[in-house]
Design a binder for this molecule. Structure first.
Ligand SMILES: Nc1ncnc2c1ncn2[C@@H]1O[C@H](COP(=O)(O)OP(=O)(O)OP(=O)(O)O)[C@@H](O)[C@H]1O
Length: 292
């Protein structure tokens, strides 16, 4: 009988540990593949968006049991993009900074445990979504999160400590922005579209969000006094955002946002400067197969 084949795509820039330990990561993957009787092909990304190219080039070469993203949500996004509405499952080895999708799915966060899950795991089908034609799987949005995502992408170090530091520095001077959400004018600190419930690092912006309900949880954080930031952060990390008087949740299959100037957005934590003031977001129910 042929061994099941897995295509691993590693992003050496994800998180804080892969880049320095690529050799070790590769060795561990090889030894787990051997233990589980799997055949492994391993490729490394060289720059932003390269993972998408690697998937397109290799997708039809042979029947892969899974194409596996080794990295964070950005890497998962790049690998999952060409897999939307195909039968090809994605696997996730969460070695990024935030790992929001893996955390929501309950995929273990260590290399060894996530490899065991991958080789033993079952396939489930989840919703994906798109923001102006850019697919996303975890969360997308604009406002403070996108601003922080943009600043984070410019840092030489990744990881949680850098993220906290950048968020804290930018918080004090950040001003809420005016959006129109489905025609209704709103001032907001941030506007998030949650397919999964968290940004990563267990920052649960929409703890109630389901990856299989065919809906986006649209979360507007309304302007709040600066002193309230610690309470909001506490609620974010303890899954209690719903109780906050500054957050408003709506459930939608699609949304239209209009802004005064083309906004910086993020999709799965990746910052992107739009050149339009009209943003369309919509859910694609049951569109990605994932090993969990
Ligand atoms: N070889 C590379 N060199 C530099 N950047 C890369 C390379 N390969 C991919 N990238 C980019 O690295 C960025 C970060 O990747 P990723 O999101 O996986 O890690 P992370 O940000 O640490 O984790 P998370 O998104 O879970 O917080 C992505 O924008 C990706 O396109």
């Amino acid at each position: 009988m042929n061994k099941p084949s897995f295509l691993f795509i590693l992003n050496p820039n994800s998180g804080t540990s892969i880049g320095r330990n690529t050799g070790e990561v590769k060795k561990t993957i090889d030894s787990f593949a051997k233990k589980f009787g799997a055949e492994v092909t391993m490729l490394f990304t060289e720059e932003r968006a390269h993972a998408t190219t690697l998937v397109r080039e290799n997708l039809d070469l042979q029947p892969w049991k899974a194409i596996v993203a080794v990295g964070g949500d950005g890497t998962v996004n790049e690998i999952a993009q060409p897999l939307v509405n195909t039968e090809q499952p994605i696997g996730i080895i969460p070695l990024g900074s935030g790992n929001g999708l893996a955390r929501h799915l309950g995929i273990p966060l260590t290399l060894e445990a996530s490899l065991t899950r991958l080789f033993e795991g079952k396939i489930t089908t989840i919703d994906s979504a798109q923001i102006n034609d850019i697919p996303f799987f975890c969360t997308a949005g604009m406002g403070f999160d996108a601003y922080v995502g943009h600043l984070f992408s410019q840092q030489s170090q990744r990881g949680l400590a850098t993220y906290v530091n950048v968020s804290f520095q930018s918080y004090w001077n950040y001003k809420p922005q005016r959006f129109k959400l489905n025609g209704v004018e709103t001032d907001a600190f941030s506007l998030s579209f949650a397919n999964a419930g968290q940004f990563g690092n267990n920052a649960w912006v929409a703890p109630q969000a389901s990856l299989q309900d065919g809906l986006l949880d649209v979360c507007t954080i309304k302007p709040f006094p600066k002193w309230y930031g610690t309470s909001l952060a506490y609620q974010l990390f303890t899954k209690q955002m719903k109780a906050s008087r500054y957050i408003d949740y709506q459930h939608m299959t699609e949304a239209v946002v209009e802004t005064q100037v083309p906004p910086m957005i993020h999709y799965d934590g990746e910052p992107f400067q739009l050149d339009t003031t009209r943003i369309e977001v919509k859910i694609k129910p049951q569109s990605l197969r994932v090993i969990v």
